[in-house]
Design a protein around this ligand. Structure first.
Ligand code: KG4
Ligand code: ZN
Length: 339
């Protein structure tokens, strides 16, 4: 079954053609360069960009997949969460396309799409139903969530951030230091050339009682702000702060993964989200999972940030599972899956 995915929740306009978990095309056009000078995403600019580019991104996705629109059996789009004006563009496009092609349209949860993105392009993929149960952690600009994924309709949220998401903390720290947007790749780059000699011990928020799986990153951000204010702001100090910030974040994430594994006893853990582009975080995650002999599933970097392939995968799998369980009337009608 060929599924066309549409993603417009933030500043990436993305369309993808997916068959099972096999990605036939993954077209992404980003408006990030238009937001850079403001230090964050401007919703009106993002939605205007989606409106302007969605059709050409759609054409590109079909062309790269070598498929015709008539061959699509289902259209999946990001329903929530995201910027309302941006979501509206993708939803309207997906609904219009589904109506024209007379195929079902399914709305999916963007964060849960990240949670299953590690299965994209997996060899011998036989459907998500066969992969449950597993733990999944989404580390992005808007979310830091840990789920127990038991079934298509059973993703239990067992940990989340109480304030900033990890990517958001990267972006804000970068802004405080005047380094630009998005902060993740910039901070990673600055940290990579620091020769570890004098780490600043920024606070790690392990959130009290043993076993807690929630996160808080606003304290690290504030600590960086005060440190930076009183520093000499030299190039060397920039690298040292970036390095120390990353160490604090990576240690906090590792500790929570450790707890989640011990608490649930699950032996597989998937990861997703834009922050998974970060090599240090990828390495620390692999280390902690290896220590517990837990199988670790990490997406290729092209599927970490926002993309429509993960939306198509979750939409397709939801459609199949609901059809099988009789929860769905498939007469070419739209259904919001709310997963
Ligand atoms: O998943 P994503 O593309 O969008 C959301 O759903 O939020 O994640 C974007 C976030 C941004 O905050 C960005 O700074 C962060 O991912 N990010 C990184 C890296 N690349 C992107 N964070 C740390 N290291 C990176 N290399
Ligand atoms: Zn995302």
């Amino acid at each position: 079954m060929l599924v066309l995915g549409v993603e417009t929740s933030c500043d990436e306009t993305a369309v993808s053609v997916v068959k099972g978990a096999k990605v036939l095309s993954n077209a992404v056009s980003s408006s990030v360069h238009l937001h850079a000078k403001y230090g964050g995403v401007i919703p009106e600019i993002a939605s205007r960009f989606h409106t302007e580019y969605i059709y050409s991104v759609f054409e590109e996705a079909l062309e790269r997949a070598g498929k015709k629109e008539k061959e699509m059996a289902l259209v999946a789009f990001t329903e929530a969460p995201g910027l309302p004006g941006s979501l509206l563009v993708g939803a309207a496009f997906a609904r219009a396309l589904g109506y024209a092609l007379k195929v079902p349209v399914v709305g999916v949860d963007h964060v849960k799409a990240h949670a299953v993105s590690a299965f994209l392009d997996m060899e011998n993929f036989g459907g998500l139903e066969k992969e449950f149960p597993f733990l999944s952690m989404v580390i992005s600009g808007g979310h830091t969530n840990i789920y127990i994924c038991r079934a298509m309709d059973d993703f239990e949220l067992i940990g989340r951030t109480l304030d900033d998401a990890v990517g958001e903390a990267y972006d804000k720290v970068s802004k405080i230091m005047g380094l630009g947007y998005p902060g993740g790749p910039i901070i990673e780059q600055a940290a990579s050339s620091y020769k570890r000699t004098d780490e600043i011990k920024f606070p790690r928020a392990f959130m009290g009682e043993e076993g807690g799986l929630d996160f808080s990153f606003s304290g690290i951000k504030t600590a960086v702000m005060y440190h930076w204010r009183d520093s000499d702001k030299s190039e060397e100090e920039t690298k040292r702060v970036a390095f120390s910030f990353q160490e604090a974040v990576a240690e906090t994430i590792s500790r929570k993964i450790d707890r989640a594994i011990m608490k649930t006893g699950l032996n597989r853990m998937a990861f997703g989200g834009g922050v998974m582009n970060n090599d240090l975080i990828r390495k620390r995650i692999i280390d902690v999972c290896n220590r517990h002999a837990v199988e670790v599933l990490i997406p290729e970097k092209k599927y970490c940030g926002d993309n429509a392939a993960m939306v198509a995968l979750l939409g397709g799998e939801t459609f199949l599972s609901r059809r099988q369980t009789g929860m769905l009337d498939v007469g070419g009608m739209e259904f919001g899956c709310g997963v």
